[in-house]
Design a protein around this ligand. Structure first.
Ligand SMILES: [Zn+2]
Ligand SMILES: [Zn+2]
Length: 262
């Protein structure tokens, strides 16, 4: 199975997961043009995309979902609560392209099994996803206010994980966000800080996990080197070495990341 973060961050998210036969986009939270450029970059024709999976209805995850579905006749998958919350924002979607799943109930897209799991975030019914093909597993968990037991249980036996490393707590506290927004981000249903991301990795790390990609970085309250250094120092103080025990990478906000095959 292949994984590539086209874009990941507070300004828009779209993640590719697939193989030669099945191609999936998780979220479509930038312009249709940007996402098409990202796909072109990794050699995937938008016509080949079999599904757009939505994590939750915030704008940075759904902006172009309707546009891409109409342009390339792609089915959109979300749970019923997320559908009700986003329906008015994404425009008309063909009846046959409206796919509703139940969180926790695995389903198939081509030869990939998708497992949606609940995440703690302030949306109607947000979810993360695990993808399984043969004995390989890839998981995506961003927009999580804290690393709940459910999140950890769902991602811990993955070969590759995209995990949120949203903000530096000090930068957020002294930064320009209004008070209510600071409280929202810091809350249990907001976003995961760099420190909490590092601690979560220490908690779940086992011999199966090879790669962790830090994602959904805030544009205002973080920067890639800081996220990387903060997480790395927590890992190192627990005896975990980057490049030896694990490969740590960063997903970019504004450009296509590394293309991984697991
Ligand atoms: Zn969100
Ligand atoms: Zn988001």
């Amino acid at each position: 199975m292949d994984f590539c973060s086209l874009y990941s961050g507070s300004s828009g998210n779209s993640i590719y997961v697939g193989n030669e036969r099945t191609k999936i986009l998780v979220d479509a939270g930038l312009s249709g043009k940007k996402i098409q450029e990202g796909l072109l970059d990794i050699g995937v024709n938008p016509n080949e995309i079999n599904a757009i999976l939505i994590t939750h209805e915030h704008d940075d995850h759904i902006k172009a979902a309707g546009i891409l579905s109409r342009r390339f006749n792609i089915p959109i998958y979300a749970n019923a609560d997320t559908w009700s919350a986003m329906e008015s924002q994404i425009g008309d979607v063909k009846e046959e392209n409206i796919k509703v799943f139940s969180t926790y109930k695995p389903f198939e897209i081509g030869d990939i099994t998708v497992i949606p799991f609940k995440i703690p975030h302030d949306a109607s019914n947000p979810c993360g996803y695990s993808f399984i093909e043969k004995n390989k597993k890839i998981s995506i968990a961003t927009d999580i206010g804290h690393a709940s037991r459910e999140v950890k249980d769902n991602i811990k036996d993955s070969d590759l994980i995209l995990l949120e490393s949203n903000h530096d707590v000090e930068m957020l506290k002294v930064g320009p966000y209004p008070y209510y927004l600071k409280r929202r981000v810091l809350s249990d249903v907001g976003h995961l800080s760099n420190e909490d991301c590092g601690r979560t990795i220490v908690d779940i790390l086992n011999s199966r996990i090879k790669r962790i990609i830090l994602g959904h970085l805030s544009k205002t309250n973080n920067y890639p080197e800081l996220a990387y250094r903060t997480v790395l120092s927590i890992l190192e103080s627990n005896g975990i070495r980057d490049g030896v025990d694990i490969d740590l990478d960063i997903a970019h906000r504004d450009r296509v990341g590394k293309y991984y095959s697991v």
